[in-house]
Design a protein around this ligand. Structure first.
Ligand code: ADP
Ligand code: MG
Length: 244
C-alpha cells in the first residue's frame, strides 16, 4: 500500500496572469492535513486540483498512485466551501444523491448510520437546508460526503460560517469521526483553532506556494519565515492582550 494518498508533482494552476497554485506535495494516508493560509492564497484551488475538478496547467496530481478518473473521484468525498447543499432537496435527499441508483433500503440504512455518526437527529432529515441551522447543515454536508464511504475526505472551510461554540463542537465531532474512520482528510481553513483541533500536519500557504509544513507546534516554535509568525500572531494577539 502506498504511504501517500495524494501526490502533486510540479503542479501549477494560474488564473490569467495570477499564479494561484505552485506546489510539490505528498499527503499521507490516514492522516488529517490542514491547508492553512489567508484568503486568496490558493487553498480552494488546491483542493479542487486534489479532487480532479480542475486540471493543472503543468505537473501531475495522483490519487492512490493513479490518475483522478471519474471512478477514482468516487473514492473521495468533498464538501465545498458553503456546504453546497441543494436548497430544493431535503437533507435526506441531499445525502442520498451520491448513491443514486442504489437500492432504497441500503441507502436508508446508510443515512441512518451516518446520522448517528455525525449526531444529526433523525427528525431533521426531512427538512430543507434553509430549515436547518448552520451547524446542522454542515453535518448534512458531511453525511453526503461520506455517503459512498470514501477513502479520502476533502473539506473546504467546513466551519467557516459558524459561531465559536458550534464551531468548537463540530471540531470535536470531526476529530472523533476522523479517528473512528481512519480516513485521509484534507481540510482547508484560515483558522488556527481548526488547525489546532484537527491537524496531524499543517501546510501553510502564501500566494499559492508552501511556506512551511509540519505539526502546528513546529510552526509556532520554529517558524521557517517571518510570514509564519505573522500569520499565527495575527490570530493569537487579541487573546494575548486579554491575558496581559
Ligand atoms: P482561497 O481558497 O485560499 O481563499 P482561492 O483558491 O479561492 O483562494 O483563490 C486563489 C486566487 O485565485 C485568488 O486570487 C482568486 O481570486 C483566484 N481565483 C480563484 N478561482 C478563480 C477563477 N475561477 N477565476 C479567476 N480567478 C480565480
Ligand atoms: Mg477558499
Amino acid at each position: 500500500m502506498l504511504r501517500d494518498m495524494f501526490r502533486l508533482r510540479g503542479v501549477t494552476k494560474s488564473w490569467g496572469a495570477l499564479l494561484a497554485v505552485d506546489v510539490d506535495l505528498e499527503l499521507a494516508r490516514g492522516r488529517t492535513t490542514v491547508l492553512l493560509g489567508p484568503s486568496g492564497c490558493g487553498k480552494s484551488t488546491l483542493l479542487r486540483l486534489l479532487m480532479g475538478l480542475l486540471a493543472p496547467d503543468a505537473g501531475e496530481v495522483t490519487f492512490d498512485g493513479g490518475p483522478l478518473t471519474l471512478l477514482a473521484r468516487r473514492r473521495i468525498g468533498y464538501v465545498i466551501q458553503e456546504g453546497g447543499l441543494f436548497p430544493h432537496l431535503t437533507a435526506a435527499e441531499n445525502v442520498s444523491l451520491p448513491a443514486r441508483g442504489s437500492p432504497r433500503t441500503a441507502t436508508d440504512a446508510r443515512i441512518a448510520a451516518l446520522g448517528e455518526l455525525v449526531q444529526l437527529p433523525r427528525s431533521l432529515l426531512s427538512r430543507y437546508p434553509l430549515q436547518l441551522s448552520g451547524g446542522q447543515r454542515q453535518r448534512v454536508s458531511l453525511m453526503r460526503a461520506l455517503m459512498l464511504d470514501p477513502e479520502a475526505l476533502l473539506l473546504d472551510e467546513p466551519f467557516g460560517a459558524l459561531d465559536p461554540i458550534i464551531r468548537a463542537e463540530l471540531q470535536q465531532d470531526l476529530g472523533r469521526i476522523a479517528k473512528q474512520l481512519g480516513k485521509t482528510i484534507v481540510m482547508v481553513t484560515h483558522d488556527l483553532g481548526d488547525a489546532a483541533a484537527l491537524a496531524d500536519e499543517v501546510i501553510l500557504l502564501r500566494d499559492g506556494r508552501v511556506v512551511q509544513r509540519g505539526p502546528l507546534t513546529a510552526l509556532v516554535r520554529e517558524p521557517a519565515d517571518p510570514f509564519v509568525t505573522h500569520f499565527i500572531e495575527a490570530q493569537r494577539a487579541p487573546l494575548r492582550r486579554l491575558e496581559a
